[in-house]
Write a protein of this length. Structure first.
Ligand SMILES: [Ca+2]
Length: 210
């Protein structure tokens, strides 16, 4: 990390053509250089990513077109947030379009998790659309509490066109029975039923090329 044009002498770092600096100040310079180099590396990597805010770490759905109701949830596959599709009583859908650079065949990747409900009506449908709105391919998410990854190599014939990834979630409900009081048999227990919504979550949505 030490530039070739510096020498270290008696706890001082001397730039051959510049002023003498104390070691602490020099370390600051080196740290700043490191930050600049690191930032450059991150920028270079991000330039191969075609999806904006695919990890939802902004804590919102910035970059996505929303239909219905979605929210960032502190339930990330990586990082802090994922995106919850739907609300109690409403479905939720997000979509984002991206331009496939000419001559390139990027890979679509995403992670999802579905929470099972009682009615078996929950759904997660992820669709890749061409520039005319035609379906290129579609996935029905498995609803089993676990994170799943899907990867898909986009056909080179779509290079130069605009594609859209769309994610639709339909929540279900689950219930929990809490016993409040159990009198002596044969009288039945008194209980309370708590009903709550369960959702599908998505995270780490990426369309990238190497
Ligand atoms: Ca995330």
């Amino acid at each position: 990390m030490v530039p070739a044009s510096t020498t270290v002498f008696n706890n001082e770092m001397r730039f051959v053509t510049g002023p003498v600096m104390k070691v602490r100040e020099s370390i600051h310079v080196l740290l700043m250089l490191f930050v600049v180099i690191s930032t450059g590396a991150i920028t270079a990597k991000a330039s191969n990513e075609l999806i904006i805010n695919g990890g939802f770490e902004n804590g919102n759905a910035f970059g996505w077109t929303v239909v219905g109701n979605v929210m960032a949830a502190r339930f990330g596959h990586t990082g802090i947030f994922s995106l919850r599709l739907g609300s109690r009583g409403d479905t939720g859908q997000v979509s984002q379009s991206f331009n496939v650079p000419a001559g390139l065949a990027p890979t679509l990747s995403f992670w999802y998790l579905g929470v099972p409900g009682d009615l078996d009506t929950e759904q997660l449908i992820v669709t890749l659309l061409d520039q005319n709105g035609g379906i290129i391919t579609q996935w029905n998410g498995e609803i089993d509490y676990r994170w799943h990854q899907v990867t898909y190599s986009i056909d080179p014939k779509y290079a130069g066109s605009t594609l859209t990834v769309r994610m639709f979630g339909r929540p279900d409900v689950a219930h929990e029975i809490i016993d409040l009081y159990c009198p002596p048999a044969p009288l039945p227990c008194r209980h309370r039923v708590i009903t709550y919504a369960v959702y599908a979550y998505i995270d780490d949505v990426s369309v990238s090329y190497s």
